[in-house]
Every structure is written in structure tokens, then in C-alpha cells.
Ligand binder design. Structure first.
Ligand SMILES: CC(C)(COP(=O)(O)OP(=O)(O)OC[C@H]1O[C@@H](n2cnc3c(N)ncnc32)[C@H](O)[C@@H]1OP(=O)(O)O)[C@@H](O)C(=O)NCCC(=O)NCCS
Length: 341
């Protein structure tokens, strides 16, 4: 067994093949109902990390196969300078032999060098070994999220029409605007303001500062989506009298996995809540997906378990629980002590 850095910018064809085989096995454990991810998806994702993230990967080689991998993601923005995120994966047949610990010893180093005092990691209830490992380290389970799935065949189309009719009556002074791809330049500062509303979503016990959006970050994110071949649709709600953007919802589409759509953020500025704008935008988006993306069979989205307003809308639309995800946190020093660094 040999642990080596995996550099997406110099990896050979054989190395990508090995990483692809491991990722397919991992995805089979995480999302057993899904088609395996194509190799192109993994290459594009690993080669095109946003510039605001410093990322380091390691692979455990066993002959020509990779049997485990570890990564650490360090945000280089002005907020959350105390944080880094790691993820480890070891194939089931090789677990409980010290490999997870060996990977952890690698990923903690860049975090220490960047003075990140707190590490976060994520698990799902579908893969209890991750939860067992982090509990064994005495990491704190700090936030629970529910990943939900909507089967489009089960959507009640009359309800979508009715929600939009009711919302138009209640929020008569608002209009919906649809954007495909890049956001309009003139709206970028206003879009940052509505996106910052995501900071109001429950964060449980996560020791995390608010994230601040900037026009530069929105550009970076859009460019990254383009490089990875993703398509994005957004609906904004605008108050007609003032021209103010009041909220948004958006979805991300990967043409290499055409049956699955990812519902990204939805938010409404605090002063515009209670007007049914959230329901209106979500219903309008679903109707658009049914019309323009007939190949999509299911939509997935994640919400904090404590995020009642958003979950209520999703449940009413027919989203069903798919898995429960937990974000854990643990001081970097404690991890370093555990691995003997
Ligand atoms: C998390 C994971 C990488 C651990 O890998 P591993 O190779 O089995 O871990 P190790 O053998 O190095 O175990 C390290 C320690 O954790 C303990 N441990 C590992 N899995 C455990 C479990 N399921 N329950 C309780 N303790 C566990 C081991 O007993 C060992 O104890 P020690 O401190 O006495 O030596 C592996 O279970 C996995 O791939 N899980 C799925 C991916 C995942 O959920 N990742 C998210 C967490 S980063």
C-alpha cells in the first residue's frame, strides 16, 4: 500500500482510470440507485476547482488500483479563515486496517500550515462507517441536513398552477424573471445581497461565520460551471415598484447525467418573507423543468433538518427523504494529536 498525492493537473490516463473505478464504487455506496458517474465528470470536477479553494488530494495505491482517497478543501476567502473541510474514503474491504487514520495524517498537514484551527467533514446515514469513525475521533455532530428527492412523474401539476395563481394574488407587486446561464451584470450586487440571505438558513452548532457573496465570486462560480459543462437556470422575484430583487431559486443540470437535476439555493430577503414568493418561484421552476427538460426524472436537494420553512415547501411539492447528512467538526489540534503529528 502506497499513499501518494493525486495531482489532477499531471495525472496520467491510467491514474484517472483508477480514480474513476474507486469513485464508481464510492458512489455505489452513497447513491446506490444512480447511474455510475462518467470519468469525464470526475476529471472535470477535480481539474476545475474554484480559485477561492485550495485543494489537496491523496490516493492509496494497491498495484494499479486506488483503494482509498483523502482530500482537504481550504477556503482562501476573507471569511471562515479558521476552517477547512476534509473527506476520506476507503473501500469497504480495506476498512479497519489503519488506512483512514493514515489518510487523516496527510490531510491535517495543509490545514495546520494554513492555520485552520477547526476541521469539518460530512457523513451520510447510508454509510454508517463514516459516522462511526468520526464519533470515534470524538468529533461533534454539528448540523444535520436532509437530502430529499422528488420524482417528476409524481408531481401534481394542478398544484403548481394553483400555487402560482395564489402567489400572484398575494404578491401582486412582484414579477418573476428567468435567467439561463450567466447572471445579468447589472444585477450582480443585488444578486449578492439576496444570496447572502442563505446565511439565515439554520447552521446548528457549526462554528461558521456568514459567507459573503461578491460579483467576483459569482463570476468565478459561473466560469467554473461552464468549465465543468453544467447548465444553470435561475428564477428571480423582483418588486416592480422599487426594482429590488427579493429572492431567487435555481437548479443545476449536468448533461452527462441527464435524468438528475440538482435544486440549489432558494431564498427570500427577510423583508419580503411571508408573501408566498418562495412557493411561487419553486412552482414556476418546476413547471419550467417539466416543460423544457423532459429527460429529467428526479430532482435532489438538501436542507438543514431544522429549516422548517424550506422543508415545508419541498415536502408539499412531493420531495421525499433520501438520506440524512451530518456535518461534523473537530479541532485541528485534536486530529493532529490523534494521528501523532
Ligand atoms: C471513514 C473511513 C475512511 C475510515 O477508514 P478506516 O480505514 O476504516 O479507518 P481506520 O482503520 O484507520 O480507523 C481509525 C480508527 O477509527 C476506528 N473506526 C473506524 N471505523 C469505525 C467505525 N465504523 N466505528 C467505530 N470506530 C471506527 C478504528 O477502530 C480506529 O481506531 P483506533 O483509533 O483505535 O486505531 C471509512 O470508514 C470510510 O471510507 N467510510 C465511508 C466514507 C465516509 O463516510 N467518510 C466521511 C468521514 S471522513
Amino acid at each position: 500500500m502506497d499513499i501518494q498525492r493525486f495531482d489532477p493537473h499531471t495525472a496520467t490516463d491510467a491514474e484517472w482510470d483508477a480514480l474513476h473505478r474507486l469513485t464508481v464504487a464510492m458512489e455505489r455506496e452513497y447513491h446506490p440507485d444512480d447511474e455510475p458517474p462518467p470519468r469525464a465528470d470526475i476529471e472535470l470536477a477535480w481539474r476545475n476547482q474554484p480559485a477561492s479553494l485550495a485543494v489537496h488530494h491523496w490516493a492509496i495505491w494497491n498495484g494499479r488500483d486506488i483503494i482509498g482517497r483523502g482530500g482537504i478543501w481550504i477556503w482562501t476567502e476573507e471569511t471562515n479563515q479558521h476552517l477547512a473541510y476534509f473527506h476520506l474514503y476507503v473501500l469497504p474491504a480495506y476498512r479497519r486496517q489503519g488506512l483512514g487514520r493514515a489518510l487523516l495524517a496527510r490531510v491535517v498537514e495543509p490545514a495546520r500550515q494554513a492555520n485552520r484551527v477547526l476541521l469539518q467533514s460530512g457523513t451520510t446515514n447510508r454509510v454508517p462507517d463514516g459516522e462511526g469513525f468520526l464519533a470515534h475521533l470524538a468529533a461533534q455532530p454539528a448540523l444535520q441536513s436532509r437530502e430529499s428527492q422528488l420524482l417528476l412523474a409524481e408531481v401534481d401539476r394542478d398544484q403548481l398552477t394553483e400555487w402560482q395563481r395564489q402567489a400572484q394574488a398575494k404578491a401582486a407587486g412582484f414579477t418573476l424573471e428567468r435567467v439561463h446561464g450567466a447572471y445579468p451584470e447589472r444585477d450582480l450586487p443585488a444578486i449578492c445581497r439576496v444570496f447572502d440571505a442563505l446565511n439565515d438558513a439554520p447552521r446548528g452548532d457549526l462554528d461558521m461565520e456568514d459567507w459573503r457573496h461578491t460579483p467576483e465570486k459569482l463570476h468565478e462560480w459561473h466560469d467554473n460551471n461552464v468549465k465543468r459543462g453544467f447548465d444553470r437556470w435561475t428564477i428571480f422575484a423582483r418588486e416592480v415598484a422599487t426594482g429590488t430583487l427579493a429572492g431567487w431559486t435555481e437548479v443545476l443540470y449536468n448533461p452527462r447525467r441527464p435524468t438528475l437535476l440538482i435544486q440549489l439555493g432558494t431564498g427570500v430577503l427577510p423583508e419580503y418573507r411571508g408573501l408566498n414568493l418562495g412557493r411561487w418561484m419553486k412552482a414556476a421552476m418546476l413547471e419550467q423543468v417539466l416543460r423544457d427538460l423532459p429527460q429529467v426524472t428526479h430532482i435532489r436537494t438538501g436542507n438543514a433538518v431544522a429549516n422548517a420553512p424550506m422543508l415545508d415547501i419541498n415536502i408539499a411539492l412531493g420531495f421525499k427523504p433520501y438520506q440524512i447528512e451530518t456535518i461534523w467538526q473537530i479541532p485541528t489540534d485534536r486530529v493532529a494529536e490523534y494521528v501523532g503529528a
